[in-house]
Each structure stands twice: as structure tokens, then as C-alpha cells.
Design a protein around this ligand. Structure first.
Ligand code: NAP
Ligand code: GCO
Length: 265
């Protein structure tokens, strides 16, 4: 049974993975046997990431690359193929959010979010797919969101991007499923990482942030997720155990999407 979930001999590229969700997914994939490659925008973050992986006994290959820059991404993929090998597993994890009411948001700010959260997964996937086709196999995992399904005040660009990423996932499945490429998404619920830190900050009087209490009430599991909650789903979607799972979004949300919300007492 275990061999179905093994990533032994596989090379995995996880974008934006020097910390947060990407880092956790990469450590889980390393534990399952994969060679880990990651990138970040700044050298200092790559160095920090390499050190953090080493502390877990993982020899990760880190590169500086902005995933929105097509030329840089193409050069990155060529370098990885030369220095490490063909990428078997791609996790489009790098992402940003801007919490600004829509009518206060500039078009430039909107475009920036779409660029990182939607255009970049297109650019990186496009750069990896030809070699996956030649190899006769490939796994792409797009990190989607609750906002692939739900809206909320202040996150118009993020929701538009993550909804688009859900459809890019289905389209990659549609176009390359016959080449033995599986492209699936993971839709994390509310996960405690630096990205959501502003939503969890304690109030000056020490009481919980109102958004923190709001999320706990919306989540049947009654807790925030940890980045480690995403390891099992990611290893599953990267392994042969999921070879007939394609174009699927696996929501890992403690039940948020299944729940209408707390009934009045
Ligand atoms: P995070 O803590 O902010 O980490 C995101 C990583 O992406 C950072 O290392 C960041 O680097 C990197 N990145 C951003 N723009 C990049 C670019 N242009 N090129 C390369 N790397 C870039 O976020 P996270 O919470 O771990 O989230 C990871 C993914 O999960 C994102 O796609 C996010 O939208 C998604 N997600 C998060 C949650 C949650 O609750 N936390 C829930 C659902 C989905 P810098 O530090 O240099 O910016
Ligand atoms: C927000 C949050 C979310 C989460 C996540 C939910 O401001 O609502 O940051 O968007 O990060 O994507 O799945």
C-alpha cells in the first residue's frame, strides 16, 4: 500500500516555498521521498528556506525567481532540468493577497494579484508541461482557496484569481489528461501562516481578533488549519494513488464549505 503514496525518485518544484504552506508541503513530499526544488523572489528568503529545510534534514535546491516573469521562469525550468532533472511534480503555491475594498482598489493593484495568483501558475505550468509530456507523466497541483468558491468583502482580486485558478486547473486536465498529466487543486481553508497573521492578531485588550472568532464559528472543526494539514492531501495528489483523479479541487477546510453557519440559539 505505502508504495502508492511514495514519491521516491520524483523531483518536485514548489513555488514560493521558503516558509508557510509551500514549505510544509515540500517537507511532506521530501519525507515521501521526493527531491525538493523551490524558488522565492529574494536571495535572502531562498537562503532562509535552504537553512530551514536543512534543519529538517532535507537538502533542498533553492533558486531566486519571480514567478510572474515568463523569461525568468523559462530560464529557471531550464536550469532545474540541467542541474536537478525533469520536474515530475509542480506545486503552484506562490501567492499574494491584497485586502482592499473593491472601489478603493486601483486597477494596478488588482492586476498585481491576478499576475501572481493566476498568470504565474499559467506561466510556470506552461514551462513544465512539455518535458512532462516527453517523460509521459506529470502532476500539477494548484493552490486554490475558499475564495475559489466564495466571495468576501475586500478580496475581489484574490477571489477572481483563485476562481480563475480553479478553472485553469480543469483546463490543464482537459488539455493534457491524455498525456498522463494530472492537474488538481487544493483549496485550503483558513490556515495560520504569515498571510493570515493580520486576521488573527489579538486586540489591544488581549481579546481575539473579531475575524478570528468569525472563522472559528464558520469552521465545523472549530480551529484554524495548520500548514501541516495540507501535507497528506498534497502527497496524495502528487503520488500514483491519485493517477485517475484529474481536474479536481480538494478542499481542506475543516468543513467550512459544507456548513451554513451557526444557527441562532
Ligand atoms: P505566505 O505565507 O504569504 O507565502 C507565500 C509565498 O509566496 C512567500 O514565500 C512569498 O514570498 C511567495 N511569493 C509571493 N509572490 C511571489 C512571486 N511573484 N514569485 C515567487 N514567490 C512569490 O502564504 P501562504 O499562506 O503560505 O500561502 C501559500 C498559498 O496558499 C498562496 O497561494 C495562498 O493564496 C494560498 N492559500 C493560503 C491560505 C491561508 O489561509 N494561509 C488559504 C488558502 C490558500 P515573499 O515573502 O517574498 O512575498
Ligand atoms: C482572507 C484570507 C483568505 C485565505 C484563504 C482562504 O483574507 O479572506 O486571507 O483568502 O487566505 O485563501 O481559503
Amino acid at each position: 500500500m505505502n508504495h502508492m503514496f511514495s514519491l521516491e525518485g520524483k523531483i518536485a518544484l514548489i513555488t514560493g516555498a521558503s516558509y508557510g504552506i509551500g514549505f510544509a508541503i515540500a517537507t511532506g513530499m521530501a519525507e515521501a521521498g521526493a527531491t525538493i526544488v523551490f524558488n522565492d523572489i529574494k536571495q535572502e528568503l531562498v537562503d532562509k528556506g535552504i537553512k530551514a529545510y536543512a534543519e529538517k534534514g532535507i537538502k533542498a535546491h533553492g533558486y531566486v525567481c519571480d514567478v510572474t516573469n515568463e523569461e525568468a521562469v523559462n530560464a529557471l525550468i531550464a536550469t532545474i532540468e540541467k542541474e536537478v532533472g525533469v520536474i515530475d511534480i509542480l506545486v503552484n503555491n506562490a501567492g499574494i493577497i491584497k485586502r482592499i475594498p473593491m472601489c478603493d482598489m486601483t486597477a494596478a493593484e488588482f492586476r498585481q494579484v491576478i499576475d501572481v495568483d493566476l498568470n504565474a501558475p499559467f506561466i510556470v505550468s506552461k514551462a513544465c508541461i512539455p518535458s512532462m509530456i516527453k517523460k509521459g507523466q506529470g502532476k500539477i497541483i494548484n493552490i486554490c482557496s475558499m475564495m475559489s468558491e466564495l466571495g468576501r468583502e475586500t478580496v475581489s482580486a484574490y477571489a477572481a484569481a483563485k476562481g480563475g485558478l480553479k478553472m485553469l486547473t480543469r483546463n490543464i486536465c482537459s488539455e493534457y489528461g491524455d498525456k498522463n498529466i494530472q492537474c488538481n487543486g487544493i483549496g485550503p481553508g483558513y490556515i495560520a501562516t504569515p498571510q493570515t497573521a493580520p486576521l488573527r492578531e489579538k486586540q489591544p485588550d488581549g481579546s481575539p481578533h473579531p475575524f478570528d472568532s468569525f472563522i472559528l464559528a464558520k469552521t465545523p472543526a472549530h480551529r484554524w488549519g495548520n500548514a501541516e494539514d495540507l501535507i497528506g492531501p498534497a502527497v496524495f495528489l502528487a503520488s500514483e494513488a491519485s493517477d485517475f483523479v484529474n481536474g479536481h479541487i480538494l478542499y481542506v477546510d475543516g468543513g467550512i464549505l459544507a456548513y451554513i453557519g451557526k444557527q441562532p440559539q
